[in-house]
Design a protein around this ligand. Structure first.
Ligand code: FPP
Length: 237
C-alpha cells in the first residue's frame, strides 16, 4: 500500500481545517529579504497546502490571508499582499483543474474594484467544483463578522426571543458550513488573532514553531495525526 493511500485510509480527517498563515515576515527577515518576499513564499505554500488538502479529500479549508487589522501595516507591505492576491486570482485557472471550489470571506467592500471583479470571476468559475471547499479570508475579522451578523439580524426585524445560536451562525460569512474542527497556527504564536472566534468555540488547536513558508504537507500530516488522538467532548463527558 502506498504511503498516501495508507494515510488517507487509516486516519480520521477533520471536516474543516482553518489555518493562520503566520511567520512570513520572520521567514524573510532570517534571510535578509524584504517582508514582501516572505509573503511571496507564503503564497506558494498556501497553494501547495490547498492542493494537498484537496488530494487527501478534506472537505473545507479556511485560510487567513488578510485581517481587518492588517491595514495598519506599511502601505508597501499591504500593496504587496494585495498584488499577490491579484496574481493568485489571475492564475486561478490553475485551481480549476484541481476541482477546488473557492469562496472569499470577510468584508470585501473596501478592496480595489479590479480585485472584487477577479474574486467574483473566481467564485463563479469554480462554483460547480466538487472537491475541496477553500475559503480565503480577506479583510476578515471575527468581531467585525459578528457585528455585521447582529446588524443583519436586527434589520430583519426578528423578535429577540426567536434568536438562537443558529441565527447567529446563519448570518456569518461561513453560513451553511460546518464549524472548523481543527485550527492550525504555525510560527510559534499562541493566539487566535480574531480568527473565526464564533465558529471555533469547540475547535481543537495545533501550534508549531515552523514559519508558514516552511510549512509542508508533512507538518499537516503530523498535525492531523495529533488531531486523531484528541478526544472531543463538546462540553460532555
Ligand atoms: C502573517 O505573517 C501573514 C499575513 C498577514 C499575510 C498572509 C498572506 C499570504 C500567505 C499570501 C497571500 C495569500 C493569498 C491567498 C494569495 P506575518 O507577516 O505577520 O509574519 P511575521 O509575524 O513573521 O511578521
Amino acid at each position: 500500500m502506498s504511503l498516501f493511500k495508507k494515510k488517507t485510509e487509516e486516519r480520521k480527517l477533520p471536516r474543516h481545517i482553518a489555518i493562520i498563515m503566520d511567520g512570513n515576515g520572520r521567514w524573510a527577515k532570517k534571510r535578509s529579504m524584504p517582508r514582501s518576499a516572505g509573503h511571496v513564499a507564503g503564497a506558494k505554500t498556501f497553494k501547495d497546502i490547498a492542493r494537498y488538502c484537496n488530494k487527501i479529500g478534506l472537505e473545507y479549508l479556511t485560510v487567513y490571508a488578510f485581517s481587518t487589522e492588517n491595514w495598519k501595516r506599511p502601505k508597501d507591505e499591504v500593496d504587496s499582499i494585495m498584488n499577490l492576491l491579484r496574481d493568485y486570482l489571475k492564475d486561478a485557472e490553475n485551481f480549476k483543474s484541481d476541482n477546488i471550489k473557492v469562496k472569499f470571506i470577510g468584508n470585501l467592500e473596501p478592496l480595489a474594484d479590479d480585485i472584487k471583479e477577479l474574486i467574483k470571476k473566481d467564485e463563479d468559475g469554480s462554483k460547480n467544483a466538487t472537491g475541496l471547499k477553500l475559503n480565503i479570508a480577506i479583510n476578515y475579522g471575527g468581531r467585525d463578522e459578528i457585528t455585521n451578523a447582529v446588524k443583519k439580524i436586527v434589520a430583519s426585524g426578528i423578535s429577540p426571543d426567536s434568536i438562537t445560536e443558529q441565527t447567529i451562525s446563519d448570518n456569518l460569512y461561513t453560513s451553511g458550513m460546518p464549524d472548523p474542527d481543527f485550527i492550525i497556527r504555525p510560527s510559534g504564536e499562541y493566539r487566535l488573532s480574531n480568527y473565526l472566534i464564533w465558529q471555533s468555540a469547540y475547535a481543537e488547536y495545533w501550534f508549531s514553531d515552523v514559519l508558514w513558508p516552511d510549512f509542508t504537507p508533512k507538518h499537516l500530516e503530523k498535525a492531523i495525526e495529533e488531531y486523531n488522538h484528541r478526544h472531543r467532548r463538546f462540553g460532555g463527558v
